[in-house]
Design a protein around this ligand. Structure first.
Ligand code: GLC
Length: 581
């Protein structure tokens, strides 16, 4: 491993930043309709500034019928009525910039809504100029043995892909007698990136937002935009059944690079591509984010959030710490010389980190702080998801009616219809662990009945634990997760080693402790994290020389700790970060 010296640092503002993710629907409702909105965010700008974050990533706020909460866009250049107006959005941008906070917008261009003007025209006839904006194919008539969804007269879809939200990935459209591709919901038809006009329109739209002064994009499922040749070339329909073929497709780098060359290059932006799938090689990763790559600042991979996923949506598998360390370490080492990591433990698509990787019972506070310590002391840019800074937890929904998310509702309903499961009770606990709605309950501002989120009826129920876990209580308590997050965010600004230091994993096989050293020139950090509710002894490996070094506890979730770092006992869920110089 090469160790970087301080004078070799390749600085960038987005490497030094902490990003805060806002899911507007659930953040703060200013007008009592039960739905969060942009004026609601504006009311909380000082909150964000107090926390100390540098960037806000805003989930989609564009006009949308909300089949997938804004990820089904009907107009890329308009704000959803429920969220406010373009003037509100402009005020938000100005308010953030006044506080030195940057704004990155969600770019959803793998698909649009079926209510987008392009799609409305596209489905009208086979001849119209928007037909090829989407992926239209003839059905199969060789349907022997095909038991799935069928079109008219027994016609089967062009291939056997299942959409990511369950059910076939093709929908038959009567008007023209063909099928369109939707990798997600039926209301999210996939754009056809093979068509240069689609790319022109997407790039023009990006340019339009950049001219408004935004600071970058988070690119939704961007590695799905290049479809495999059998689909892209309008070949005769196939039996291809593996949706994996849509991931990192054949022309993906050509498209992302073109986006970079035509829109992004020469501007100092933060761009982060969401890369669906598992097991991405470092070669593929650097092709996106490396120095000679396509120009993205960083990417979101899914490897750590797939560790505890079973076959069906509600299946929960065991994860273990060695695997979790393995995934993160692969990326820490893999991008140490070329590329840059994003760091996240939860977001609007994932359950709450403290319920998943920590302990949301007795040690909720300690384990939320420990996970925060991890997030902020690995090498990469941390993404904090709203409420994480409070240690918000998963929510126990009692009936299917309480769920709102299409990714939860579709598969459960079809399993009920098809007799695969007999009742909601069978999947209830699995959903408590896995559903995206765990992360979408209202932000907990106060201990009021609706968590201080709205004066009306919230669009999704508030987690009853807002009685104890809320901003008001957390800010009043010096020992809260919130204050600890603020300290972590501050520390990053004071110590280059936190941002740029090399990562060196200690004790890879240890099943309870995750420990590593970060090094930059003469500066070293020793991070030790006890992922268990038991006291656990730690022994520093001999190869780490601390003879004669000055050791100070930089931050820890139990307040203080001894400074003999050669061996000590970590308390339940204890996190310690030592500075060793
Ligand atoms: C991404 C989004 C998710 C959405 C999906 C389809 O994974 O984060 O919320 O449902 O793409 O747009």
């Amino acid at each position: 491993m090469t160790s970087h010296a301080e004078d070799e640092i390749d600085r960038a503002w987005w490497k030094e930043a902490v990003v805060y993710q806002i899911y507007p629907r659930s953040f703060n409702d200013s007008d009592g309709d039960g739905v969060g909105d942009i004026p609601g965010i504006i009311e909380k700008l000082d909150y964000l500034a107090d926390l100390g974050v540098d960037v806000v990533w805003l989930n989609p706020v564009y006009e949308s019928p909300n089949a997938d909460n804004g990820y089904d866009i009907a107009d890329y250049r308009a704000i959803m009525d429920e969220f406010g107006t373009m003037a509100d959005w402009e005020e938000l941008l100005a308010g953030l910039h006044e506080r030195d906070i940057k704004l990155i917008m969600d770019l959803v261009v793998n698909h649009t809504s079926d209510e987008h003007e392009w799609f409305r025209r596209s489905r009208e006839s086979k001849e119209n100029e928007y037909r090829d904006y989407y992926v239209w194919r003839r059905g199969r008539t060789d349907v022997d043995g095909w038991t799935g969804h069928k079109g008219p007269e027994g016609e089967a879809p062009p291939n056997e892909w299942e959409s990511f939200f369950g059910g076939p990935a093709w929908e038959y459209d009567e008007r023209t007698g063909e099928w369109y591709l939707h990798l997600f919901d039926v209301k999210q038809p996939d754009l056809n990136w093979e068509n240069p006009d689609v790319r022109d329109d997407v790039f023009e739209m990006m340019e339009w937002w950049l001219e408004k002064g935004i600071d970058g994009f988070r690119m939704d499922v961007i590695n799905l935009v290049s479809k495999p040749p059998s689909v892209a070339a309008n070949d005769p329909p196939t039996n291809e059944s593996d949706l994996g073929a849509t991931i990192d497709g054949p022309r993906i780098h050509e498209y992302v690079r073109e986006m970079n060359d035509r829109v992004l290059a020469g501007r100092d932006l933060l761009t982060v591509g969401e890369m669906i799938g598992s097991g991405m090689s470092m070669e593929e990763a650097t092709a996106y984010v490396g120095e000679d790559g396509d120009g993205l600042s960083m990417l979101f991979h899914f490897e750590h959030v797939l560790l505890d996923r079973g076959e069906r949506f509600w299946d929960v598998a065991d994860w273990n710490l060695t695997d979790l360390k393995g995934v993160f370490s692969k990326w820490q080492y893999g991008l140490s010389d070329d590329g840059w990591n994003s760091l996240y433990l939860n977001n609007h698509d994932q359950p709450r980190m403290v319920s998943r990787f920590g302990d949301d019972g007795e040690y909720r506070r300690e384990s939320a702080k420990l996970l925060g310590t991890l997030l902020h002391t690995l090498r990469g840019t941390p993404y904090v998801y709203q409420g994480e800074e409070l240690g918000m937890t998963n929510c126990r929904f009692e009936s299917l009616d309480e769920y709102r998310d299409v990714e939860t509702l579709n598969p459960v309903r079809s399993a009920l219809d098809g007799g695969e499961i007999e009742s909601f009770e069978e999947v209830k606990e699995g959903l408590w662990a896995n559903s995206r709605d765990n992360a979408r309950t209202p932000m907990q501002w106060t201990d009021g009945e609706r968590a201080g989120f709205t004066d009306g009826e919230p669009w999704i129920k508030a987690n009853p634990n807002c009685r104890e876990i809320n901003v008001e209580a957390a800010r009043a308590d010096e020992d809260s997760v919130w204050h600890y997050y603020r300290d972590l965010i501050d520390l990053r600004k004071e110590h280059d080693v936190i941002v740029y230091g090399d990562y060196d994993l200690l004790l890879p096989e240890h099943e309870e402790i995750w420990a590593y050293v970060r090094t930059l020139g003469d500066e070293r950090l020793l991070v030790t994290l006890n992922f268990s509710g038991e006291e656990t002894p730690f022994e520093l490996p001999d190869r780490i020389d601390v003879d004669g070094a000055t050791v100070e506890l930089l931050v820890g979730n139990y307040g203080d700790a001894e400074t003999n770092v050669e061996s000590f006992v970590l308390r339940p869920w204890e996190a310690r970060v030592y500075r060793v110089t």
